[in-house]
Design a protein around this ligand. Structure first.
Ligand SMILES: Nc1ncnc2c1ncn2[C@@H]1O[C@H](COP(=O)(O)OP(=O)(O)OP(=O)(O)O)[C@@H](O)[C@H]1O
Length: 257
């Protein structure tokens, strides 16, 4: 297939909001097992790019590429079936559901999308339910929060709620994980733990993260894409990008690394 890529790619994406061009011909790739960071000063277009990757914003021009196919019209509800999971800044946990049930929502989405063939038919059996709960519990366990399974998210500190949201994304066993500001609101220690967690996840998935915290970005990402005024101004390893004069100019007054 022409232009076929292994992994996730955004190609020539332009997004306009009325007269404002939020993204202009942006291209990037996230290879399997890679952590790709998207950074840039305020208003650079990071959130818009994340929303394009999640299918929340449809590009005016350009395409997405995933699993060997061009996908001009990715929609949010397609993600689970395509092996893509995401966490959002707002977490989106349901306060009236327990932690376990919140994670089960992620398992349900994946099962409904045919992710685990046979696990969800027209009538779900007790055994299927038990299997889904088992997966949800292991996702919580992997993040060290299984003991909170019966609690309600609202009663937990923010860092724990973030782990629950991540468990909900991971329960679907995605090949691509999209993270919007995963470090926001975390302490330095929690951020370091998150960094280690993300590195460990690369043995089974690619990760694209939009993040403000340079410490996390510099330590966790294999490659970075830097946006400024909707354009890619630099791409490379964290070390390359840190020394790039265009990046330094874009961040004038802000610390890079
Ligand atoms: N729905 C929208 N309607 C109109 N303009 C928008 C919309 N969303 C974003 N923009 C504009 O597009 C540009 C890029 O915004 P975006 O939120 O993607 O940047 P960002 O890099 O995520 O910024 P920040 O770091 O401040 O969150 C900004 O000028 C913003 O005002």
């Amino acid at each position: 297939m022409p232009g076929s890529t292994t992994g996730f790619a955004i190609r020539g994406v332009t997004v306009r909001f009325g007269g404002l061009t939020a993204l202009s011909e942006v291209s990037l790739t996230a290879a399997p097992h890679e952590v790709l960071g998207v950074i840039g000063p305020n208003g650079a277009g990071k959130t818009t790019l994340f929303n394009v990757a999640c299918g929340f914003v449809r590009p005016d021009e350009g395409t997405l590429h995933w699993r060997g196919e061009d996908r001009p019209a990715l929609r949010p509800h397609d993600l689970a079936g395509l092996g893509i999971a995401r966490t959002l800044q707002g977490l989106g946990l349901f306060d009236k559901m327990t932690v376990l049930d919140n994670v089960l929502v992620g398992a349900d989405r994946a099962a409904a999308a045919g992710f685990w063939s046979g696990l969800l038919g027209l009538r779900r059996s007790t055994r299927d339910e038990a299997a889904l709960r088992g997966r949800a519990m292991s996702a919580l366990d992997e993040l060290g929060v299984a003991s909170y399974a019966a609690r309600y998210p609202g009663s937990l500190p923010y860092a724990l709620r973030k782990k629950v949201a991540l468990a909900r994304a991971l329960v679907a066993e995605p090949d691509l994980l999209l993270l919007d500001e995963p470090a926001s609101g975390l302490s330095d220690e929690e951020m370091a733990e998150l960094g280690e967690r993300l590195r460990a996840l690369t043995d089974r998935m690619a990760i694209m993260l939009v993040e403000h915290h340079m410490d996390l970005v510099m330590s966790v990402c294999d490659r970075l894409v830097v946006l400024d005024f909707g354009k890619v101004i630099a791409t490379g390893t964290p070390a390359d990008v840190k020394d790039d004069p265009a990046v330094r100019a874009a961040y004038l007054g802000e610390a890079v690394g």
